[in-house]
Design a protein around this ligand. Structure first.
Ligand SMILES: N[C@@H](CCC(=O)N[C@@H](CS)C(=O)NCC(=O)O)C(=O)O
Length: 206
C-alpha cells in the first residue's frame, strides 16, 4: 500500500491516523502540492481531481478521496460499525464532514493561516460563522454520547476529528463536549498527533 499525501493536510492526516490506529504498514509519498505536484499528467492519472490523499492499492489501482480511503481501510476492522444501520450512520457523518466541516473549517483555516483571507474577508467570516454552527451540531450530539456512532470509536469519528481538532487554530473554540471527544480520540491506543505546517510556497497565492 502506498499513500500519496502532504504533511500540511488534515485530509491526509485522517488516513495516516487510521493506518496508525490499525497498525498497518504503508509507503508514504510526500506530494509537494504547492509546487503543482498534484496537477502533473502523471498524478492526474492517479486522481483526475488533482488532489491528495490518494491510496495506491496492492493491485496498483488508485483510490482518491480521504473519506473513501478511510471507508476502504476501516472495512473488517474495529473502526467499521458492526450493524448495517450503524454503517449507514457512519456514512452520514462522512458526508457531513465533507459538506459542513472540511470545506467550512478547513477552507477558513487554510485561508487564514496562509494569508489568503486578506483577499476574501467576507467569505472567510461566513465560513468561520458556519464552522461555529457545525461545532454546535457536534456538541449537541456529543453531549449525549461518547462517540458519533454507537459507543465505540469508528471511522466516523476519525473523519470528523481531522479538521475539528484544529478549529481552535482559527479561534473557533471547541465546545466542551467536542473538546472531551477530541481528548477521547487522542487517548486511543496507537494514536498519532500531527503538527501541521504549511511550507513557504503555501503562503503565496499565484
Ligand atoms: N474531498 C477531498 C479533498 C482533498 C483536498 O482538498 N486535497 C487538497 C489538500 S487538503 C489538495 O490536494 N490540494 C492540491 C490541489 O488542489 O492542487 C478529500 O477529502 O480527499
Amino acid at each position: 500500500m502506498r499513500l500519496y499525501t502532504y504533511a500540511g493536510s488534515p485530509n491526509g492526516y485522517k488516513v495516516e491516523l487510521l493506518l496508525a490506529l490499525l497498525g498497518r504498514a504503508y509507503e508514504r509519498v510526500e506530494v509537494p502540492i504547492f509546487d503543482g505536484a498534484s496537477r502533473t499528467p502523471e498524478f492526474l492519472q492517479k486522481n483526475p481531481a488533482g488532489r491528495i490523499p490518494v491510496l495506491e492499492l496492492d493491485d496498483s489501482t488508485f483510490l482518491p478521496e480521504s473519506n473513501a480511503i478511510l471507508w476502504h481501510l476501516a472495512r473488517g476492522s474495529a473502526y467499521m460499525p458492526r450493524s448495517l444501520a450503524d454503517q449507514d450512520r457512519a456514512l452520514a457523518w462522512l458526508m457531513f464532514e465533507q459538506s459542513e466541516i472540511e470545506p467550512v473549517i478547513g477552507s477558513a483555516r487554510f485561508w487564514i493561516l496562509t494569508g489568503r483571507d486578506r483577499t476574501r474577508r467576507d467569505e472567510t467570516e461566513r465560513r468561520v460563522a458556519w464552522g461555529k454552527q457545525s461545532l454546535a451540531v457536534l456538541a449537541g450530539v456529543l453531549s449525549a454520547r461518547k462517540f458519533l456512532v454507537g459507543d465505540q470509536p469508528s471511522v466516523a469519528d476519525l473523519a470528523v476529528y481531522a479538521y475539528t481538532h484544529v478549529a481552535p487554530e482559527i479561534a473557533l473554540a471547541l465546545p466542551e463536549p467536542v473538546a472531551a471527544w477530541c481528548a477521547r480520540i487522542a487517548g486511543l491506543p496507537g494514536y498519532v498527533g500531527r503538527v501541521f505546517e504549511y511550507d513557504a510556497k503555501a503562503r503565496s497565492e499565484t
